[in-house]
Design a protein around this ligand. Structure first.
Ligand code: SAH
Length: 267
């Protein structure tokens, strides 16, 4: 098979680190091939040499998400816009748009795109119909900051909390070039929620515990929704949705998932 350079073989990894952060947002991904080993089928020669490559790959990812049942147009647009490859280590950029979770350091992982999209779609479905944007959202488990960036396009304010200092700092560096003024990164134990941002229209967790912490319930607005992985009685993890209604809480247990554990305290 002819080896063609294609995204992400042409990712400019060296300049990613070298370019001043404020320039990164505007700099398209367009450098020459360093290696032709990870050429992927499907990119036309015409697309080669253009900064549009990663956009095309994201376009394909979005099509796949739609095929997998994601329907919310704003969510699909956000998934198409946020450059996921900027959130993973350089050695993994060629997997950034694959349907796979990836290591982000300190034993943690960035979720698969379809899991990120599924959870955000559930969050959006819990909001008032007709609302143009979600209100305030709390994300527990910032990790590399990818999901926070997606949420930043869909919610008025995003408070994202991470318990590992190393990842909190990494997310800050990753997000800086995106200049998302409405995304607030916090270092702390997300099991306590973040009372200063409450009440939240939505709370989304990227780590699973044995129960939904009471602080999340308390900090959720009436009419709001929590989407989180949680350990079930069977000892497996499932996606759980909690709606805070006028008359009380409504719990729904959905499909099985595999998230890193929700831990208390900071490190
Ligand atoms: N949304 C992230 C996924 C990160 S993985 C992304 O897009 O990259 C889940 C993260 O949850 C890990 O970084 C882990 O350190 C963090 N975490 C686990 N328990 C936590 C807690 N109590 N408070 C805050 N973060 C927590």
């Amino acid at each position: 098979m002819a080896q063609r350079p294609s995204f992400p073989a042409r990712m400019d990894l060296s300049s990613r680190a070298a370019v001043a952060p404020k320039n990164i947002a505007d700099s398209a991904v367009h450098t020459r091939a360093r290696s032709q080993n990870d050429a992927k089928p499907g990119l036309t020669p015409a697309a080669q040499g253009h900064g549009l490559d990663s956009q095309m790959v994201r376009g394909r990812m979005v099509k796949k998400l739609a095929h997998q049942g994601i329907t919310h147009p704003d969510l699909l647009a956000a998934m198409g816009a946020v450059e996921r490859h900027r959130f993973v280590d350089s050695a993994l950029v060629n997997q950034a748009y694959e349907d796979t979770s990836l290591p982000i350091g300190l034993g943690q992982t960035i979720s698969k795109p379809n899991v990120v999209a599924r959870m955000i779609e559930l969050l959006l479905q819990g909001q008032d119909e007709g609302a143009i944007k979600m209100g305030r959202v709390l994300e527990v488990g910032t990790g590399c900051g990818y999901q926070a960036a997606v949420l930043g396009r869909l919610a008025r304010e995003v408070y994202s909390i991470e318990r590992l200092r190393g990842l909190h700092d990494k997310a800050r560096a990753n997000l800086r070039p995106f200049r998302l003024a409405n995304v607030h990164l916090l270092f702390g134990d997300g099991m306590q929620g973040y009372a200063k941002g409450a009440p939240y229209a939505g709370i989304i967790a990227a780590a699973g515990g044995h129960a939904i912490p009471q602080a999340w319930i308390d900090q959720l607005a009436v009419g709001g929704r929590i989407v989180a992985p949680m350990e079930t009685a069977a000892g497996q993890q499932a996606l759980v949705v909690v709606d805070k209604l006028e008359r009380g809480l409504k719990h729904s247990v959905l499909e099985a998932v595999h998230f890193v554990p929700l831990k208390s305290g900071i490190a």
